[in-house]
Design a protein around this ligand. Structure first.
Ligand SMILES: [Zn+2]
Length: 186
């Protein structure tokens, strides 16, 4: 079944070593490895795991989790130092308990088209905020990193996370409000 997952093919896969940021959810561990294999990255990536993926790496915008962000960037620096990574994959997933139980940024989403769209939009929001922080961090150090964000469903199928077509954002920035009560860029 895993081999048949119809992953997104709309983006160019990373050519060199990658840092993968994923969630801790045990239901998707094998699917995560399969997805990386799909991008021909078998045994060619560092992996850092935070509950909530991008939201966790941002420390959830909560003071008590602030150190998570520091830990993420320490690992990013380590991945560059050790393996000269050039790409960062942010892998979000649907029905992420960390979003609604740990960081409480939303109630659990249902499986209606509207619920699924709202869920994808929220994951895009935090993935984009983290992408911005990674790019700022990298440019301050003269490092070039290409960041891609993805959303996995509960079947393990992965789609690239991007702005919905027809939205009016520019420069790839999400049309979502940049400032949220829970997460602020620092
Ligand atoms: Zn999760």
């Amino acid at each position: 079944m895993l081999e048949n997952a119809a992953h997104d093919m709309s983006y160019p896969p990373a050519r060199g070593p990658v840092l993968l940021l994923s969630c801790m959810d045990p239901r998707l561990l094998d699917n995560t490895a399969m997805f990386m294999n799909h991008d021909n990255l078998e045994n060619r990536y560092d992996q850092v795991i935070f509950a909530g993926a991008s939201l966790g790496a941002l420390g959830g915008g909560l003071p008590e989790y602030k150190h998570w962000k520091m830990t993420f960037f320490d690992h990013l620096a380590g991945a560059i130092e050790l393996h000269r990574i050039e790409d960062v994959y942010i892998l979000e997933h649907r029905h992420c308990g960390a979003y609604h139980k740990i960081f409480k940024v939303a109630a659990e989403f249902d499986d209606t088209p509207e619920g699924m769209a709202a869920e994808a939009e929220l994951h895009l929001k935090y993935a984009q905020i983290l992408t911005g922080e990674i790019e700022d961090w990298a440019s301050a150090r003269g490092v070039k990193l290409c960041v891609k964000s993805f959303l996995m469903d509960m079947r393990g199928t992965v789609s690239i996370l991007q702005m919905p077509s027809g939205s009016n954002g520019s420069n790839g920035a999400p049309k979502l409000k940049k400032k949220s009560k829970k997460v602020k860029r620092t």
